[in-house]
Design a protein around this ligand. Structure first.
Ligand code: UGA
Length: 428
């Protein structure tokens, strides 16, 4: 199939490359010329395991261009995968979607299916349809569809190739079935629905997962007060199939470019319809509170926080990515710097991004260098290498051996036995 993907961010690039791997000819479009020039040479602008190799392997079926006109000219299906960042009031900013729809409309040259892959508020399918209709002056027949993406950063290729389901919303069943052909090789459940339901499935899914995280964080906070261990509680709850054990890891709260933005966007959607979304409010409140709890744990461990030497392990919003959008690390570092702390931070891939925000932090080469002279070591991202590090060596390097494990990666008993003071989340 001839496919065009507009937008080469996380979703667009992974989707484009993976669809090429399924045997389609894919043209990826982006307005960022430097990015497109790089992609033509095989330079992948994001850190995503396996993506570079997959791109290389499929280079015959992949084209990169900055021209939407060229990109869509031969395409039967056009995916829109541009950003929908939050506005100051929490709503999704639709500027890019609208501008892309306009350009598609102006450059239509025959029947096409336009599929929205970006996470968008309910109703954007209709909006895209009317923009294309206006700008193509009704000259060509087309369908608009919604096919939300559920991939996670850091395991994006695996998620694309092994989805739990594919959701396709369209007015005409034939259009949905045509899109479904792309995903047939994945051998998964394909849900065909109306466009609005498909759009809401994405927000409802992300918000539910965010709610699971805030829920377990709330339970963790209760655990600390009643003398229970959240790891044990989560395991006991998660084995109930109705609950499920995934996304029940208590910690410093969720970050990233999706959960915070999507919960906010769904809140705005509800409020615009005069409905106050009580659960969504609580999901965000607990998430904000969780960051403060981490700071309090550092304070408790040190007595006073002012002017202390702190080591930070992990800057990315989660492991296997260099993405720091809405990362817990940024808020924690800001709070510590405000208190005059000196910070040595290490992350396997994300340091260069945080460096652009905080130049006063010392970015070091490994976890041992971050521990050097530290009075407290704070784990903010659960990279595997932190789980495996030599704790005896860490202890030797530190001025005072104390770990605030904001991702619960260590066994409290073992770590205390080694002589560390330890504070996890929700662990008595
Ligand atoms: C999320 C969804 O999981 C994807 O299905 C969705 O496609 C994507 O958003 C999107 O809308 O584009 P992502 O943001 O890449 O994916 O990352 P997750 O693995 O979901 O983690 C999000 C945050 O939750 C991270 O900060 C992580 O540390 C935190 N988290 C996750 C927890 O604190 N506890 C958990 O048990 C799980």
């Amino acid at each position: 199939m001839q496919i065009c993907v507009i937008g080469t961010g996380y979703v667009g690039l992974v989707t484009g490359v993976c669809m090429a791997d399924l045997g389609n000819n894919v043209t990826c479009v982006d307005i960022d010329k430097a990015k497109i020039d790089g992609l033509k040479k095989g330079v992948v602008p994001i850190y995503e395991p396996g993506l570079k190799d997959l791109l290389k392997r499929n280079k015959k079926r992949l084209k990169f261009t900055t021209s939407i006109k060229d990109g869509i000219s031969k395409a039967a299906i056009v995916f829109i995968a541009v950003g929908t960042p939050p506005t100051k009031t929490g709503e999704a900013d639709l500027t890019y979607i609208k501008s892309v729809a306009k350009t598609i409309g102006k450059n239509m040259n025959g029947y096409k299916i336009i599929v929205d892959k970006s996470t968008v508020p309910v109703g954007v399918g209709d909006l895209v349809e009317s923009i294309i209709e206006d700008n193509s002056k009704g000259k060509y027949d087309f369908d608009v569809a919604s096919c939300p993406e559920f991939l996670r950063e850091g395991s994006a290729i695996y998620d694309f190739m092994n989805p739990d389901r594919v959701v396709i919303g369209a007015k005409r069943k034939e259009a949905a079935q045509k899109i479904a052909e792309i995903f047939k090789p994945l051998n998964t459940k394909i849900i065909i629905s109306d466009i609005r339901s498909a759009e809401l499935i994405k927000h409802a899914s992300n918000t539910f997962l965010a709610m699971k995280i805030s829920f377990i964080n709330e339970i963790a906070n209760i655990c600390e007060r009643v003398g229970a261990d959240v790891e044990v509680v989560a395991n006991g709850m998660g084995l109930d199939k109705r609950i499920g054990k995934l996304f029940l890891n208590a910690g410093a709260g969720f970050g990233g470019s999706c959960f915070p933005k999507d919960v906010e966007a769904l809140r705005s959607m509800a409020r615009n319809e005069d409905y106050e979304p009580l659960i969504l409010n609580a999901v965000m409140d607990v998430n904000k509170q969780q960051r403060k709890i981490v700071i309090n744990k550092i304070k408790q461990m040190l007595g006073t926080i002012e002017g202390r030497q702190i080591g930070i392990l992990g800057l990315a919003f989660k492991p296997n990515t260099d993405d720091i959008r809405e990362a817990v690390s940024v808020d924690i570092i800001r709070a510590l710097l405000d208190k005059g702390c000196r910070i040595k931070a290490f992350d396997p891939v994300a340091a260069k991004r945080v460096k652009k925000i905080f130049s006063q932090v010392q970015y070091v080469k490994d976890e041992y260098a971050a521990a050097e002279n530290a009075e407290c070591l704070v784990v903010l991202t659960e990279w595997n290498e932190f789980k495996e590090m030599d704790l005896k060596k860490i202890k030797k390097a530190m001025k005072k051996p104390g770990i605030v494990d904001a991702r619960n990666i260590y066994d409290p008993k073992k770590i205390k036995k080694l002589g560390f003071e330890y504070a996890g989340i929700g662990r008595n």
